[in-house]
Design a protein around this ligand. Structure first.
Ligand SMILES: [Cu+2]
Length: 105
């Protein structure tokens, strides 16, 4: 009886551990891909305003907003009016654009 109890506790413990590692994987979520049209580039501030299409992965509707870019070089060759595809990643300071490329208009 004591052994059964021990096994049961071990099982619960193992489940808790695997649940925790699943949660940890969620935090290191993969990049979210999105598309939109650039409205304004503020390269000096590493910011870009985009009228983005709905982003299902974030449950966001279409809207115009500023995004932070992780590195200013992401904005090289990008100008307002450009149709872009970009990737968002979460870091300690929140969401930031890590990649951006122009797509055919
Ligand atoms: Cu938005």
């Amino acid at each position: 009886m004591k052994n059964m109890l021990r096994l049961g506790l071990l099982g619960i413990f193992a489940m808790a551990i695997s649940a925790m590692s699943l949660a940890a994987e969620d935090k290191a979520a993969p990049a979210v891909a999105a598309t939109g049209v650039v409205v304004q580039v503020k390269a000096d501030q590493a910011k870009v305003k985009i009228n983005h299409d709905p982003i299902a992965a974030l449950n966001w509707p279409q809207m115009t907003m500023f995004f932070r870019v992780r590195d200013k070089s992401v904005l090289e060759g990008i100008a307002s009016g450009d149709k872009v595809r970009f990737e968002l990643e979460k870091d300690a300071a929140g969401l930031a654009i890590t990649r951006m490329e122009k797509v055919a208009k």
